[in-house]
Design a protein around this ligand. Structure first.
Ligand code: NAP
Length: 256
């Protein structure tokens, strides 16, 4: 018997990294997976790797209100309900955010960060989490579980200002929604990973990653599957009395 037998679970950003690993684990635990991603072809690749079942792929930008309203309406039509939502889609860098100027040794990133990429980062992470949760809650007819991907950046401030601000806001949203949705039997929690081996990190400079690894008691970065197992704990019955919390799988990098 799987931990998510016959539960319908939507995972955003499921075409890559942590989202794909979560889709794989959820499917292995018996869930029907709706794999959502900006690029529908990567979501389809994820579904193709799940080994059969009623899983579906959905394309669309999580910060696009209309696209998310119709994506979740389609889930209702196809499956009649939703049990789990994992708000995972995200980016770390955006054009115009000034990171190139930091690499060129031109001083603090905030001095070169455009307002537009700052707000776009918030729109993707915070806006996307808001829009998907708002569309998902009416589908959680038998209660449910929402798991939001934050980051140690949102707790300890590592990472650029737009990303840290977005990931910190996700923690506030998580706590508020846990209070609001608890009476409706919907739990809301966050996972705040440390540095994890995914395409998002592959594209970063080792000058950024190496100091974090050297400060990590476990002496390594994490794997996407190690985050997926934390998401599973919160999504399924193992976390049945857990709501409004964050868990940070980070190898000991932060301990608060
Ligand atoms: P990833 O491999 O880059 O996967 C992120 C996925 O989200 C990609 O498939 C990406 O599509 C998709 N995406 C981006 N913007 C989107 C949008 N507007 N709408 C829908 N999908 C969108 O990154 P990851 O490392 O697995 O990250 C997953 C989550 O964990 C993110 O929220 C990230 O901030 C968080 N996180 C990661 C780490 C880490 O060290 N890797 C640490 C802490 C937290 P495209 O590839 O087409 O852009």
């Amino acid at each position: 018997m799987g931990r998510l037998d016959d539960r319908v679970a939507c995972i955003t950003g499921a075409g890559s990294g942590i989202g794909r690993a979560t889709a794989e684990l959820f499917a292995a635990e018996g869930a029907i997976v709706v794999a959502q991603d900006l690029d529908s072809s990567t979501a389809e690749e994820t579904v193709a790797g799940l080994g059969g079942g009623h899983h579906v792929a959905v394309g669309g930008d999580v910060s696009d209100e209309e696209a998310m309203a119709s994506a979740f309406a389609a889930i209702l039509t196809d499956f009649g309900r939703l049990d789990v939502l994992v708000n995972n889609a995200g980016v770390f860098r955006l054009p115009g955010d000034g990171f190139d100027r930091v690499l060129a040794g031109e001083g603090p990133q905030i001095c070169h960060m455009g307002y537009e990429p700052f707000m776009q980062m918030l729109a993707i992470h915070v806006g996307g989490t808001f829009l998907c949760t708002r569309a998902a809650v009416p589908l959680m007819l038998d209660g449910g579980s929402v798991v939001n991907l934050s980051s140690i950046a949102g707790i300890a401030g590592w990472g650029p200002a737009h990303y840290a601000a977005a990931k910190g806001a996700i923690l506030g949203l998580t706590r508020s929604l846990a209070r609001e949705l608890g009476p409706h039997r919907i739990r809301v929690n966050a996972v705040a990973p440390g540095v994890i081996n995914t395409p998002m990190v592959d594209e970063l400079d080792s000058a950024m990653i190496d100091p974090l690894v050297s400060m990590t008691p476990m002496g390594r970065i994490g794997e996407a599957a190690e985050i997926a197992s934390t998401v599973l704990f919160l999504a399924g019955n193992d976390g049945a009395f857990v709501t409004g919390q964050w868990i940070s799988p980070n190898g000991g990098l932060i301990t608060c």
